[in-house]
Design a protein around this ligand. Structure first.
Ligand code: SF4
Ligand code: SF4
Length: 266
């Protein structure tokens, strides 16, 4: 899926990529001679980053002493990640906490996610996963034995509108919510409320009515849109489809919560 309001554009690519934080750039131009592809160049005496030309060689990072250039993402095995997590086991034991797999979408890396969940469960660590439930149900079924909790998004009720804003129809997602409801695993549903997309009473009513037909959802929460991802789009050189869209006014959001609460009590 590619939700237009996504605030984690750094998760779009399965590969490591370069982030250029323009606010930190001192225009020293040390990076220019390192960049053999022309992705970093000087335009009107200032640095400009053209993502389409970047081959993610990361040579420029080495010479940027202002830390304006960063590598986003790294390659790690499930064993290596587990070793990092294990350092926090005493903290989990004290706090009752655990690990939440998030994203983007964890199932984008299904094999890795499956492996790390097995490691975590073997050590008795509480496991949760945030997912858009858009993958095949048989994949979720493979993960569920090692999951204690699921947080799933239910973004839009109408399938055609869902496709316009996320790139996919929602029929499989709805089926998967129903499957999840039948498994008995504790789960919650969340709807990001996006201005001009699903912030009408009618949209929220429809979704709440669907949720009220389920038996085992622990909670159903509306999450207000926030434009915090805008800086990430700029730093990564990715076009932001929600450029200029503001937060939903608090009073409007409270009204939508009342609409939802009249139908769903969890
Ligand atoms: S090396 Fe870093 S601080 Fe200097 S121009 Fe390049 S990005 Fe900016
Ligand atoms: S990571 Fe991209 S911008 Fe940096 S040197 Fe390599 S090609 Fe140029």
């Amino acid at each position: 899926m590619r939700c237009k309001w996504c605030h984690n554009p750094e998760t779009f690519s399965s590969k490591c990529e370069l982030e250029w934080v323009s606010d930190k750039c001192t225009n020293c131009q040390a990076c220019i001679s390192e960049c053999k592809t022309g992705a970093l160049k000087v335009v009107n005496n200032k640095i400009a980053f053209d993502k389409s030309k970047c081959n993610n060689c990361f040579a420029c990072i080495e010479v940027c002493y202002s830390e304006a250039l960063h590598q986003i993402g790294r390659t790690v095995s499930s064993e290596e990640l587990y070793k990092e997590i294990a350092i926090d086991i005493p903290y989990f034991e004290e706090s009752g906490g655990g690990i939440t797999l998030s994203g983007g979408e964890p199932l984008f890396q299904f094999d890795f996610v499956k492996e790390i969940l097995v490691h975590l469960k073997q050590k008795g660590i509480h496991t949760a996963m945030e997912t858009n439930l858009s993958y095949r149900w048989d994949l979720y079924k493979e993960l569920l034995p090692n999951l204690d909790y699921v947080m799933a998004d239910f973004k839009l009720f109408y399938s055609d509108i869902h496709k316009i804003w996320t790139g996919l129809k929602n029929s499989r997602i709805i089926e998967n919510i129903i499957h999840l409801d039948q498994t008995g695993i504790p789960y919650e549903l969340r709807t990001p409320v996006i201005p001009g997309v699903n912030d009408s009473h009618e949209m929220i009513e429809k979704m709440a009515q669907f949720v009220s037909s389920l038996n085992n959802a622990k909670s159903y929460t509306l999450l207000p849109y926030h434009p915090l991802g805008a800086t990430k789009y700029k730093n990564l050189g990715i076009n932001n489809p929600m450029e200029g869209v503001k937060e939903i006014p608090k009073s409007n959001f409270k009204e939508l919560e009342l609409v939802k609460n009249r139908i769903v009590n969890v």
